[in-house]
Design a protein around this ligand. Sequence first.
Ligand code: ZN
Length: 202
Amino acid sequence: MDVKKIYMDANALLEGHFKLSSGNHSQFYLQSAKVLEDPKTAKLLAEALAKQIKESGIEIDTVCSPALGGLIAGFALATALDVRFIFAERVNGAMNIRRGFEVQKGEKVLMCEDIITTGGSAMEAAAVVKALGGEIVGAAALANRGFCHREHSDIATKPNCKLPQNIPFFALADFTFEMYAPDECPLCKDGSEAIKPGSRGN
Ligand code: ZN
């Protein structure tokens, strides 16, 4: 499956000068929502990811995603794996599990995002699942930004990866474009201004 082509065809791989949520700048931005707006594509991607996860043999009771970005990918993946789906959400900045969702002691939970950059949000949500008694058995994303090692890829884990190394991480593709600290950004040096993705029609 050519995931990059799917992102390109959906205009979900944007080129410009972007300010990422981490504060860093980049020439590219992945807008997974654009890929997932077609439910058939969402289903196709989730089924490919589910196949990889099933082949690994890990046992999963539940998929959990951090809202908002991970919701559609997580729901589609849970559907393909035929397991329960719950989500965590931020309340006053802190990740929480609400809405009556329960986590049983020892419940095997796979964390899922649309894209894993460092895995920070997924692991914040995972901490809440663990506090409720759940066991984190893996992480999954449609796309990997290249900071964490994933199954079936030779990309090495970088120091800023927050995914624990003792659980498998599944993704369909690596998108390893550069990110820059604002004061080192070559695009800023060329005089352009970074925009927040989502603004100005992105
Ligand atoms: Zn810049």
